[in-house]
Design a protein around this ligand. Structure first.
Ligand code: ASP
Length: 620
């Protein structure tokens, strides 16, 4: 009621405009009950959107604005706006010859105004495939607001065009039904997330700086020159330090729709700038963060994608690697990795014996259901195996293998022998590749409508560095706390410490990750200096903050682009970002990054030493 009495006097002068009175009534009713559907016609000069018209509007005079989707023989045209399509009948009588002339000659994608009367379509001419298909608008007057020149491609979802061209003319591609849908769904989901976090659970939406400094291990950060000679800002990979410092600042519950930056060079389906739903809480444990994220996703999940059930299942990092060969298992289908080392130990196969004799040596297998569709080593109807290996396996061992893998007729077993980690990871990749192949051959393994969330927990705190396995790096990041039962190992054998790091996986994709943080300065310093061999001086502000009353805290970040692309079933995260970069990190529309002059570089104390050929190219 307070809101209404505030709104009335201010809104009154605008009541003459068509949208205002309606908006006011909506606001009044929304304050009393559930939020009303949005008013798409407030503040604008149309009476209706093209896509909203139905039989209930028959007899009304409407003024529509939109793009010409299609025009046929001067008889009718299809007008399009963000909400849908409507058929407009072009008048044929002499009195309307001007309207006919305008509409018949305007190129597709021209922007027009049409005013006319909504009428039922003649019987038999209804189009059940169009939501507005029972009616049409008989044009009375029309205006071409902006004629469209020759298009680089047709704005129709079914017309294939190269991605480079789509990105060069991104504003045209954005007119497609699919991209409109993706971006609007993304906006809806984020709105619900804000509602859940701020209104239902008291989180505070706080913006953190994007100009910061390089952090340890931050090799992938973008540098931004400053006017101080030799000094650079860095674009943060995530607001990690700031969100922890907000907890030290007593903010208690923080969230941000945060833009993050990673300079990873050219990697398909990665973006140099991307968005995270970034969350941090004080006085929370792992289970608390997990329940929060489950509630958040359940609340913001778009209705048209069904519902998701909680709590999400959980699996340890070790189990994930052993059963699926990856730390982000796609649990929509089986084909788990099975250890067959035990009974193959008794075989005479030399390479298997060799593999088993090494430390961490193992033999494992996966069973491809109906694998006969794609490979040629099969389980025959009589239960015997068709394979070179059968020469070395006794009947008993063959049937043990069939049993261990639960093989059915026409299934195929893939075996790998060698070092445990390599074997699991190879079989994990084969599992996914064969699933793709089986699906390409027509078998359905992964329900495209299924959303399988999974928590992966108990990661190791440190992993050997890929480039130098004698050194350690953080599996998540250096602020992650050790598992409470492994804390003492931190000081004796850090390689054995499990962490309080958790990842959220959806259909085999990592969509989130976070951890409970170290809040003791002494422990943080030990991890940085003694285990990771980093210069802790760069983080002195954080270490100092931990000494000045830092509460225990933890958090998580959800990858919004990836999450939305999975929800809408988009092949790439570029399909859910309004203006994405190419996979080489370029903006193909505005042509960024771009050269700047040496005068512009001067204040930054930077000189470019050009490779000769580039210098020549730039001159031309
Ligand atoms: N900052 C982390 C990341 O970007 C997430 C977290 O630990 O909250 O992956």
């Amino acid at each position: 009621m307070m809101a209404l009495s505030w709104l009335l006097p201010r809104a009154l002068p605008g009541l003459a405009r068509p949208g205002c009175g309606r908006a006011l009534r909506r606001a009044a009713s929304a304050s009393a009950s559930a939020p009303a559907a949005p008013d798409f016609n407030s503040f604008v000069i149309r009476t209706n959107t093209c896509g909203e018209l139905r039989s209930a509007h028959v007899g009304q005079e409407v003024t529509l604005y939109g793009w010409i989707q299609y025009q046929r023989q001067g008889l009718f045209m299809i007008l399009r706006d963000f909400q849908g399509l409507i058929q407009v009948i072009i008048p044929q009588d002499e009195a309307h010859s001007h309207v006919k002339n305008l509409l018949s000659n305007a190129p597709v994608e021209s922007v027009v105004r049409v005013t006319g009367i909504v009428t039922p379509r003649p019987p038999g001419q209804e189009n059940p495939k169009m939501p507005t298909g029972d009616i049409e608008v008989k044009a009375e007057t029309a205006e071409i607001l902006n004629p469209c020149k020759k298009l680089p491609f047709e704005v129709k979802d079914f017309i294939k065009k190269s991605e480079a061209l789509r990105m060069q003319y991104r504003y045209l591609d954005l007119r497609s039904f699919q991209l409109q849908y993706n971006l609007r769904l993304r906006s809806r989901v984020v709105m619900k997330m804000r509602e859940y976090l701020c209104n239902l659970h008291g989180f505070v939406d706080i913006e953190t700086p994007t100009l910061f400094k390089r952090t340890p291990g931050g090799a992938k950060e973008f540098l931004v020159p400053s006017r101080e000679a030799g000094k650079f800002y860095s674009l943060p990979q995530s607001p990690q330090q700031f969100k922890q410092l907000l907890m030290v600042g007593g903010l208690d519950r923080y969230f941000q729709v945060a833009r993050c930056y990673r300079d990873e060079g050219s990697r398909p389906d990665r973006q140099p700038e991307f968005t995270q739903i970034d969350i941090e809480m004080s006085f929370v444990d792992q289970a608390g963060i997990q329940r929060l994220v489950e509630g958040l996703l359940q609340y913001s999940w778009p209705e048209e994608r069904g519902s998701i059930s909680t709590p999400f299942p959980s699996m340890t990092y070790e189990e994930a690697l052993a059963d699926y060969g990856t730390d982000k298992p796609d649990t929509r289908f089986g084909m788990k990795i099975v250890d067959i080392g035990d009974f193959l130990q008794r075989s005479d196969i030399q390479f298997i014996q060799n593999a088993l004799s090494y430390p961490h040596g193992t033999v494992k297998a996966i069973c491809i259901p109906q694998g006969v569709e794609i490979v040629e080593i099969i389980c025959r109807p009589d239960g015997s195996l068709k394979s070179l290996l059968t020469r070395f396996l006794g009947e008993e061992q063959q049937s043990e293998l069939v049993q261990a893998l639960n093989m059915q007729v026409d299934d195929v077993a893939l075996l790998a022998a060698g070092e445990q980690k390599q074997v699991c990871s190879a079989l994990g990749s084969l599992r996914l590749e064969t699933a793709d192949l089986l699906e390409a051959a027509g078998l359905v393994l992964r329900d495209p409508a299924a959303f399988r969330f999974l928590w992966v927990v108990d990661f190791p705190l440190f992993l050997p560095k890929e480039e130098n396995p004698t050194e350690l790096e953080s599996a998540h990041h250096p602020f992650t706390a050790p598992h409470p039962s492994d804390t003492s190992l931190l000081y004796s054998d850090p390689t054995k410490v499990r962490s309080q790091h958790y990842d959220l996986v959806l259909n085999g994709n990592e969509v989130g990750g976070g951890s409970i943080r170290i809040h003791s300065a002494e422990q943080q310093r030990f991890v940085l200096e003694k285990v990771l061999k980093e210069d802790s001086e760069v983080l002195s502000h954080l270490l100092e903050a931990l000494e000045l009353g830092a509460p225990p805290h933890g958090g998580i970040a959800l990858g919004l682009d990836r999450l939305i692309s999975l929800i809408v079933g988009a092949p790439s995260i570029r399909d859910v970002i309004a203006f994405p970069k190419s996979f080489r990190g370029r903006d193909l529309m505005g042509n960024a990054p771009n050269y700047v002059t040496s005068e512009e570089l001067e204040p930054y104390h930077i000189q470019v030493s050009w490779p000769l050929e580039e210098k020549e190219a730039k001159k031309n």
